[in-house]
Design a protein around this ligand. Structure first.
Ligand code: A2P
Length: 266
């Protein structure tokens, strides 16, 4: 039910996968799950290129995989842009529809780009939480770090739901629930709707409220690592903040104390 006919043949060298579930959070955000091609290997935190078979030359957009590397489905968390070349159509997908995906995954928000430490801070805004949804469900994260602090800032309360459900489900997860118990902290804020905590994460860290709210020591490159994912402006500001605190950007070639990835839109 709900499946619509393909209008165009599947291009060569892409995976054609089936939509398994769709969940709409707000008129701006939704998540969906698709079948996973058996041959797809990816590191938790990486992104893939997603499209729809609705044109001769389909439009592809980068999507961070939100599910962990061990999952036999792929999950994504997406914005809906009314006139976005892909998301204006993608937001209409239903169970049984076909989504196409290029074969290679890539990305910088990977554990191997960070050196080991005690605490891992995942700083996200909007759909930038997606790669962290993957990493939070990856046992390797807990092998490398004792504590994980996930921050998620959105315009309004309803946009925080995806992350709240994600973290709540961690404890009951049959595969990693034992690992995550008591080690993951979620820190939410809103910027455009009244809530129990308001403000951009840069302001909350800058003022020290972030530390006093959580009762934790200040960010310190000796003990901490940072992963950042959000809009272009958010990345620039959080990156500058991290660098001002003595953190250095890492890569697979040269692992260090923070990594950055843009949350893609369109
Ligand atoms: P604000 O409402 O003040 O713009 P978006 O959905 O537009 O990507 O925004 C997601 C969240 O990221 C919003 O709460 C937004 O706050 C926040 N944000 C936008 N720009 C920055 C920035 N430069 N630094 C920190 N947070 C930001």
């Amino acid at each position: 039910a709900g499946a619509r006919p393909l209008q165009f043949p599947i291009p060569a060298n892409v995976h054609a996968e089936t939509v398994v579930s769709v969940k709409h959070y707000t008129d701006r955000l939704f998540s969906f799950r698709i079948t996973r091609p058996q041959s797809l290997r990816f590191r938790s935190g990486e992104f893939v290129m997603i499209g729809l078979p609705n044109a001769e030359k389909p439009v592809y957009r980068a999507y961070s995989v939100a599910s962990p590397a061990w999952d036999d489905e792929l999950e994504f968390f997406s914005i809906k842009v009314p006139d976005g070349p892909l998301t204006s159509e993608l937001q209409k997908i239903q169970v049984g529809d076909t989504v196409i995906m290029r074969q290679k995954s890539t990305g910088t928000l990977v554990l191997d780009a960070l050196t080991p430490a005690k605490r891992l801070f995942m700083i996200s805004t909007g759909t930038g939480i997606a790669p962290f949804a993957s990493l939070l469900r990856d046992p390797d994260t807990y092998e490398k770090f004792d504590q994980v602090i996930l921050t998620h800032t959105c315009r309004d309360n309803a946009e925080l739901t995806y992350g709240q459900e994600l973290v709540a489900a961690l404890e009951n997860d049959p595969l990693i629930g034992e690992l995550t118990g008591g080690r993951v902290t979620l820190y939410n804020s809103t910027t455009r709707e009244e809530s129990s905590r308001m403000g951009r994460i840069t302001a909350l860290i800058g003022s020290g409220k972030f530390y006093s709210d959580l009762g934790i020591d200040k960010l310190d490159p000796e003990t901490d690592r940072i992963m950042i994912c959000g809009s272009m402006h958010m990345l620039k500001d959080v990156k500058e903040l991290a660098e001002s605190l003595g953190f250095h950007e890492g890569s697979l070639h040269q692992p260090s104390s923070f990594v950055v990835e843009r949350a893609f839109v369109g």
